[in-house]
Ligand binder design. Sequence first.
Ligand code: PSV
Ligand code: MN
Length: 404
Amino acid sequence: MNASHYNILVDKLESRGIDTAWVIDQLKQQHIETPSWGYGNSGTRFKTFAWQGAARNIHEKLQDAGYIHRLTGVAPSVAIHIPWDKADDYDALKEFASQQGVVIGAVNPNLFQDDDYKLGSITHPSGAVRENAFAHMVECCEIMAKTGSTLLSLWFADGTNYAGQDSISARKERMESALLAVYPHMPADARMLIEYKFFEPAFYHTDLADWGMAYATALKVGDRAQVLVDTGHHAQGTNIAHIVAFLLSEGRLGGFHFNARRYADDDLIVGTNNPQELFEIYFELVAAGPRSKDVAFMIDQSHNIEPKLEAMLLSIINCQIAYAKALIVDFKTLRERQMAGDVLGTHMILMDAYHTDVRPLLEKARQEMGVPEDPVAYYRGDTYAQRVASERGVASGAGGGYPT
Ligand code: PSV
Ligand code: MN
């Protein structure tokens, strides 16, 4: 760590009344969950390029996740997707995860890959298909209990392709009644996260197309039902920070799926083409204070041409940078200028934090956590990736995730 860079930054922050020790402490407590499917091969509908060393099963995914956590200190949990990550013995899986230094995080039922789900899952016109989808969600609640997970993370590919294909209002009612029925199956302390997406794979309407629909549904389902914001699931130009502020104020922001997008649900490395948007989101989270304490921060990305472990590291680091910038906002002066109606003065306070190089703060936090100060440099100098490449070779299938 460059001590003079760090000291100059600390002086600047302290002169504005920002407590650097508090900032470092917050950075050490940051928690970013990585997705099991980000460690396996995945691709687009055109091609999946197999990656040498990509994890082939849940054990290898947990092993990789453990490595990422050792390098960053802030990624101690892993989201799983069922049946991609199905195990015979969940006690053993939990134990294996803990040996890797991680825990099982959100459980994601897969309600989109079976042939039966062509016309939907819990909103399907056929009661028999709806029953199967419901049973799968209950199975996931049981897996939560066995693995110690407290998050049931729900995303539905349900929707229609053509006007008139099915009754939109009937589907809405099917959705609500299924979620109401699943809710009591969750472990007592668990939360249901309801994710929305405005299109894809359905192209006329999606049953939960936006945050408002997910929010209205959560209100009906119960106190522990909340909205999950996937940053790739909005139309161009949507102000995600506003959605975040609104849901936080309502106590219904359950969590995030972070990724970057330019066109559709691109699932690219977090913060690569939207660093300011990511900062604005973190600013709202910090501004909300204790109201954001239970928000689950998860990454949901799929790597097609990029090295998976390095991609995951970059996403985590970009979340750390955005958070650090939000933590150093001079909130006191900001509030004063807001009250004075100083339109550009307020904006400049925010942008000053955004333009600050916060990397010395992160280096300090990493030093105190006992992890490499520069995780990417460490990874590049380490043999882990080569070792797993030679041990695992090239998986023939998608390894859990997306079809080849
Ligand atoms: C859908 O696009 C999604 O964002 C959901 O979260 C799924 O669970 C995930 O991607 C993986 O397919
Ligand atoms: Mn998602």
